[in-house]
Design a protein around this ligand. Structure first.
Ligand SMILES: NC(=O)c1ccc[n+]([C@@H]2O[C@H](COP(=O)([O-])OP(=O)(O)OC[C@H]3O[C@@H](n4cnc5c(N)ncnc54)[C@H](OP(=O)(O)O)[C@@H]3O)[C@@H](O)[C@H]2O)c1
Length: 275
């Protein structure tokens, strides 16, 4: 399948129109992967559908209509709503459909039980920066989905950021490191800003500098492919400012605390998965 340009004539649907639907479908549109007139989105109210109407997509309050219009259908409701949605649309699901669930904590096994046999299912895990095409996404295939569906999904999502296929057991770890990880990074950014404010720099400029520092550090990690420990040690001049700062972070057990946070969020995601 082509790596760029719209997937010719592909009709894409989305059930649910909230933050993640807007992020992922918005990325598809911005990436030029699907034409807006080939997208149909459903939700019970117009609150979030307005975004898609403004883009020129088709919108509806009927979930089942999405199945009649689209071949690839994203499921973007909250996890607890998803089972009833799948029961509602089951009669319209065919072997031509490719279903992509983005609901956190709903396993492929659970999804498979809720759809007729032969329907191809994939499960993806997005994160919030999808909305600015900088997502870190992973996906796994259900038994019905093959290489063709995996390649198609990768191609579609290439407009939303990075996307890798992983074993399903990594999904909850992705939630721990990335879905929730975005919030840890904001907390760290907030701490940088407040430290700078304490030392006398105004908040607005501190925020811009903190954000660009995180962006620059992240880009260096991606572009050099180096382990973060190597990049960190490169910044440390013997007896210099950075090692003094890092010593304080070590005293506060930053690394162990963040590792605990990834572990806690992953375990919580696993618990939700088991419900
Ligand atoms: N937010 C994240 O960072 C993140 C990360 C990873 C995965 N996810 C997953 O992404 C999914 C969506 O999350 P979100 O943050 O986008 O939620 P959200 O903003 O609350 O959006 C939920 C959408 O579902 C719609 N909806 C509710 N009941 C429905 C029904 N019966 N049929 C069809 N649509 C229905 C809502 O309709 P209205 O517009 O009428 O309210 C809304 O458009 C969740 O399963 C979540 O686990 C989110």
């Amino acid at each position: 399948m082509a790596a760029a340009g719209p997937v010719q004539g592909l009709k894409v649907g989305c059930i649910g129109a909230g933050k993640m639907a807007q992020g992922v479908l918005g990325g598809l549109i911005l990436g030029g992967k699907v034409s807006v007139q080939d997208i149909t989105v459903s939700a019970p109210t117009d609150t979030n559908l307005q975004y898609f109407q403004d883009q020129g997509c088709n919108t509806t309050h009927s979930n089942i209509s999405v199945l009649y219009e689209a071949r690839v259908v994203f499921l973007a409701t909250k996890p607890h709503v998803l089972p009833q949605v799948l029961v509602e649309i089951a009669a319209a699901l065919t072997a031509d459909h490719v279903i992509v669930s983005m609901a956190a904590g709903v396993s492929l096994q659970t999804l498979e039980k809720l759809v007729p046999r032969g329907v191809r299912i994939l499960r993806m895990c997005p994160n919030l920066p999808c909305v600015i095409q900088e997502g870190a996404m992973v996906f796994s295939r259900g038994p019905g989905a093959g290489q063709e569906e995996a390649d198609m999904l990768k191609d579609l999502l290439s407009g939303c950021g990075m996307c890798e296929e992983v074993p399903e057991s990594y999904m909850d770890i992705h939630t721990g490191i990335s879905g929730s990880g975005v919030a840890y990074v904001y907390l760290f950014a907030e701490a940088l800003v407040e430290g700078a404010v304490k030392m006398g720099m105004p908040s607005a400029i501190s925020s811009r500098i903190a954000a660009q520092t995180l962006l620059g550090a992240a880009k260096m990690m991606l572009e050099t492919g180096e382990h973060p420990a190597k990049l960190r040690s490169d910044v440390c001049t013997p007896g210099g400012t950075t090692i003094h700062g890092l010593h304080e972070l070590e005293k506060g057990a930053l690394k162990a605390t963040v590792m605990n946070a990834v572990e806690a969020a992953t375990k919580r995601a696993r618990d939700l998965d088991k419900r």
